[in-house]
Design a protein around this ligand. Structure first.
Ligand code: KG4
Ligand code: ZN
Length: 346
């Protein structure tokens, strides 16, 4: 079974070939430099860039895999959620390829692809399905922050999510307020590593609330007021590092404590994490420490599969096909606002 997967939901154009459950290629063309000048992703520009990158990236994936296009059995692509003009490029290129090759096609939910990415073994390039354990999964990206109970492969229940900004959005927006370049998350991560996380006490939104939802817009606002009141706190490298470390500590503490709470409440012993923010060194360390102290297992997506990629799209499709999923009809289009729902998705 050879699958070509395509991803274009935001600012990465990606394609991957998975053959007999193994990743043979997964090139990604990032648009970070293009959008940096605007301080965020400009959907129209993203779509144009996807248009010029999609075929070269797909060709690169095919060439690196050593598989001929005619030997591809299924084509899968991200159907949503994401930026509509960006999604349209990858989804319709993939659908057209399936049509031209007369092969079955599958649209994939982007969050569901992130959800199972921690099970990709980066060394072997396979989905480590035999290691699967019921888990609470933290999906933390630029577009969403969710806690999901995964009872068995492809069967999950949403436990909570953000009621306003996503964690990645909070990183990016506060970084912008501080004057850091886009995307702020990784830059803040680097600066935070050298700062004092206790230098400033920022709010931990909804931490005392017993529920499993998140809220990050208030934190962003408190950082804005803090900088207005103390402009000198961004004026030297060490003060900037302390500020970043303090903001990151607030985000990380809420994410970690709510994730552990969700695991305790549902009685699972394994925690997984995925999405761009799961690259964050402070989050990875804090999650590991929390899991160690609770004697829970932790599986965080490998760095290569944290941010957007097509390997996770093709892998999820492979898992679903193996479980008997049916191809999608040609009438379907993108689903930009597609939310991950509770249920069995085979
Ligand atoms: O999963 P992703 O590539 O795209 C979405 O589906 O949104 O996540 C992108 C987000 C951005 O907000 C970016 O700033 C954040 O992930 N991010 C990080 C780090 N690396 C990426 N945030 C904090 N620390 C990082 N090291
Ligand atoms: Zn993503």
């Amino acid at each position: 079974m050879n699958i070509l997967g395509i991803e274009s939901s935001c600012d990465e154009t990606a394609a991957a070939v998975v053959a007999e459950g193994r990743i043979l290629s997964d090139p990604v063309a990032s648009q970070i430099k293009l959008h940096a000048e605007y301080g965020g992703v400009v959907p129209e520009l993203a779509a144009r860039e996807h248009l010029s990158n999609i075929l070269p990236v797909a060709r690169q994936a095919m060439d690196q895999s050593g598989i001929r296009l005619g030997d591809i059995d299924w084509i899968a692509a991200t159907q949503g959620p994401g930026l509509p003009p960006a999604l349209m490029v990858g989804y319709h290129v993939a659908q057209s390829l399936a049509f031209a090759l007369d092969k079955p096609f599958m649209g994939v939910n982007h969050h569901e692809a992130h959800l199972y990415s921690p099970w990709i073994d980066p060394e072997a390039g396979v989905l480590d399905a035999t290691a699967f354990e019921p888990n609470v999964s933290l999906i933390v990206s630029g577009g969403h922050t969710m806690l999901v109970l995964v009872e068995e492969p492809l069967k999950h229940r949403i436990l909570g999510g953000t009621i306003d900004d996503a964690a990645g959005e909070c990183f990016d927006k506060t970084a912008k307020l501080i004057g850091l370049p886009y995307p702020g998350g990784p830059v803040m991560d680097r600066l935070a590593a050298k700062g004092n996380p206790k230098a400033h006490d920022f709010p931990r939104p909804l931490l005392k609330d017993p529920g499993l939802d998140f809220s990050f817009s208030g934190l962003k606002t408190s950082v804005r007021y803090f900088i207005q009141k103390h402009p000198e706190r961004v004026e030297s490298a060490s003060k900037l590092q302390d500020l970043c470390a303090s903001v990151q500590a607030a985000i990380v503490e809420v994410l970690v404590k709510k994730t552990i709470r969700a695991a305790e409440r549902t009685g699972v012993q394994t925690i997984t994490a995925s999405g761009g923010v799961s690259c964050n060194q402070g989050l990875r360390k804090a999650l590991q420490e929390a899991c160690d102290s609770k004697e829970m297992q932790l599986r965080i997506a490998h760095g290569r599969y944290c941010t957007d990629n097509a390997a996770m799209v093709a892998m999820l499709a492979a898992w679903k096909i193996q479980a008997g999923a049916s191809p999608q009809t040609e009438e379907e289009g993108i689903r930009a606002g597609w939310r991950l729902e509770t249920g069995v998705t085979r």
